[in-house]
Design a protein. Sequence first.
Length: 449
Amino acid sequence: MKVTIFGIGYVGLVQAAALADVGHDVICVDVDSDKIARLNRGDIPIFEPGLTRLVQENHEAGRLHFTTDAARGVGHGRIQFIAVGTPPDEDGSADLKHVLAVAGTIAAHMDDAKIVVTKSTVPVGTADRVRAAIETVLAARGRSDLGFDVASNPEFLKEGSAVADFMKPDRIILGTDNDETEQLIRELYAPFSRNHDKIIIMDARSAEFTKYAANCMLATKISFMNEMANLAERLGADIEEVRRGIGSDPRIGYHFIYPGIGYGGSCFPKDVQALIHLAESTGFEPTVLKSVEARNKTQKTVLFDKVRKHFGDDLHGKTFALWGLAFKPNTNDMREAPSRAIMEALWAAGARVRAFDPEAMDECARLYSGRDDLALVDSPEAALDGADALIIATEWKQFHAPDFERIKSQLAAPVIFDGRNLYNPDTMQRYGIRYYGIGRADSGTGNSS
Ligand SMILES: NC(=O)c1ccc[n+]([C@@H]2O[C@H](COP(=O)([O-])OP(=O)(O)OC[C@H]3O[C@@H](n4cnc5c(N)ncnc54)[C@H](O)[C@@H]3O)[C@@H](O)[C@H]2O)c1
């Protein structure tokens, strides 16, 4: 089937490569000409496990094309996906300017019937706005005779395992009341729905809301657990024991109850904010969502507070080794990453940062170019030499079982601030390392607060 995807970011590129891999003929359109040029050279602009091979093979096989030529894209697919960004506007609402711009572009170039599908995460009612935007442009062209439909198909892939998630989705949500649209999208996704029927059909508004409700539920689990962690510290309990204790209840489950230094990334922070804004626009007070967001904001400073408590407010002359920059493992994405809040707080207090991340170094260099209080080094060990402490911000696999003797010998003083609870406080005590985790007693020192 011929498919066009507008917006070749984390979602659009993964979707495009996966659809091409099962045999569909996919054209990707983006306004970022550098990105398109890189993709046409086989250079993949994001890190996502399995993606490079998938893109290169399907590009070479002639099933995956990249262009900035919107007219070519519109002419290609009967189905036109909109997968552009929906960043937060100044008031926290989702900014739909890219989505509506693509709707206008499709309407400006279409010469036959199209099915326009919103894949971006968009507020409830966006399908109606996309429909209206297309109708306006078609009317201005005098082509109101052209048939089109608009459907909602929110994406649930996770950065870090995006390819696997797309290939084996838990569910495919499709918001449509049009039988022909349903049948075509079913055909498109049939290769990803073989094991059992993954497709859940509903109206477009419910589909749009399902995406926000899912992300907000997950953000709620994280903020709840972080609140329990902060409380555990004050009550002399160990949140890791509590996590195992509550996770064993199948109604709660082990997923998404790891305490840490707050959620980041391009989705949870903006989607929680957008749903708060959407709720308020209806006159409804979303008290749970507001608390989830507030807890997350304060959680991002929890580890720095421990640093300040240990070293004092003035960190001039101190250097901190930082392991992990990406907002989570297996991605190079640093949008809203907790590492950024930590680095910025350290710099504001006068400290220097020496950082390592397996994939996000280029992104970090791009974000903080020209800073002389940041050094990016090419191994975890290189970050340690003579540093006053080690801070862990991302739970990459390679940080899980380091050589603690080496850490001890390389640091100026053996102190670890672990924002991901990777290590056992008893083990740290055995090695003689002062250890600060989240929601548990500091090693050998009693409670941290
Ligand atoms: N990143 C995720 O894990 C994830 C998961 C599920 C849903 N989503 C949602 O999917 C959407 C896209 O997210 P992303 O992370 O892929 O974004 P992204 O920022 O990585 O990519 C968006 C792309 O859209 C392009 N673009 C902007 N305007 C355009 C236009 N008029 N025409 C063509 N291209 C245009 C940009 O140049 C960019 O390459 C967002 O709504 C997001 O909330 C993201």
